[in-house]
Write a protein that binds this ligand. Structure first.
Ligand code: PMV
Length: 338
């Protein structure tokens, strides 16, 4: 039995614009998806997912991608979760040159699903890592990140950047620009997350920005402006000491860029009333800055605040279902001793 766990992430800057080749800086957070893989005698894949922050379900199916189980849980949930697990298993089989490998797989996650915290990437990264290790063919991190990206790309019909999967694999803060992905130094930033209990439809939101960008030059300019502010943010991180607590001046400057980034995302139509309400609650509570994270439409915001004020304010904000502090996960995917 092999158990691997991979972190979720917040976008410090750059979601959506990254789809058009601008840089983005996601940072891994200490909320993880844990995947257990146990090889089977046959070629079946049995998946148990007790807690994907939604109802649990247990299904067994014959391992083929067209062969869907008939279970009493919402279809989209099964489709989404099974799609990612399927794709991870396919990548592991391919990497280990074991096309008929079967597995008992268990998925547990404390990352809200589809809420901008990279839950699907964490499941795919931990799943490929656990399954390849279970077959005795562990992958190096770059290949793991690449295969996880290919799995997400396939499940999301091409609407995926390398940001989530690379960040979840490597941990810490990373910089992604097209196919170019690198870990970067970052101090332990005081992230606070607010979650509205909902989720956005990433494919739809990406398609919306794409249409806007094609229709209006000013929307294309907005995407480019996101790229400019990401470069400014990267510069600030590069000048900071990753070993010490971040200086107040650095937090203020990063926060200002996060506020700006949220405004540009809102202009591109991907914010939501609940997200705006949480962003404003965080700012009113004295956060250095706040923005939505991920695809938007619903889900999570991320704020910077070293005090408890933002978390407290968010927990009293109408529309915020959960508020929590999220430590930077300096370690990416890792093996858990069972
Ligand atoms: O909501 P998430 O965590 O899947 O992030 C989506 C980020 C986008 O930039 C909108 C799409 C992508 O794959 O980069």
């Amino acid at each position: 039995m092999t158990v691997c766990e991979a972190p979720g992430k917040v976008y410090l800057f750059g979601e959506h614009a990254v789809v058009y080749g601008e840089p983005a800086v996601p940072a891994a957070i200490e909320r993880r998806a844990t995947v257990t893989a146990e090889p089977r005698e046959d070629d079946h894949v049995r998946v148990e997912a007790e807690d994907l922050s939604l109802d649990g379900f247990t299904v067994e199916y014959a391992g083929g991608t067209g062969d869907r189980p008939d279970v009493d849980v919402p279809r989209p949930l099964v489709e989404a979760a099974m799609g990612y697990v399927d794709a991870a298993v396919e990548q592991a089989r391919d990497a280990a040159d074991a096309p008929d490998a079967g597995f008992d797989i268990t998925v547990e996650s404390d990352i809200p699903l589809g809420a901008g915290l990279g839950s699907s990437a964490a499941v795919v990264v931990a799943g490929i890592d656990a399954a390849t290790r279970a077959l005795g063919e562990p992958l190096d991190r770059r290949e793991l990140a690449d295969r996880a990206y290919r799995a997400e790309f396939e499940v999301q019909d091409g609407q995926a950047s390398r940001a989530d999967t690379f960040c979840s694999t490597m941990g810490g803060a990373v910089r992604v620009e097209g196919d170019d992905c690198e870990p970067i130094d970052a101090p332990n930033l005081p992230f606070v997350v607010g979650f509205d209990g909902g989720a956005g439809d990433t494919g739809e939101l990406v398609a919306g920005v794409r249409a806007l960008r094609e229709e209006h030059e000013f929307a294309a300019d907005t995407v480019e402006s996101v790229g400019d502010l990401v470069r400014a943010g990267e510069g600030l991180l590069a000048d900071a000491d990753p070993e010490s607590d971040p200086e107040p001046a650095l937090l203020a400057e990063l926060g200002e860029l996060m506020d700006f980034n949220h405004g540009l995302l809102a202009a591109l139509g991907v914010s939501a009333r609940s997200l705006d309400a949480m962003v404003w609650a965080a700012r009113d509570a004295g956060a250095h800055g706040a923005k939505l994270t991920g695809a938007g439409g619903g889900g999570c915001i991320v704020a910077l605040d070293e005090s408890d004020a933002t978390e407290t304010a968010l927990s009293f904000t109408q529309g915020c279902e959960e508020a929590f502090r999220a430590e930077l996960a300096t370690e990416g995917v890792r093996v858990v001793e069972p």
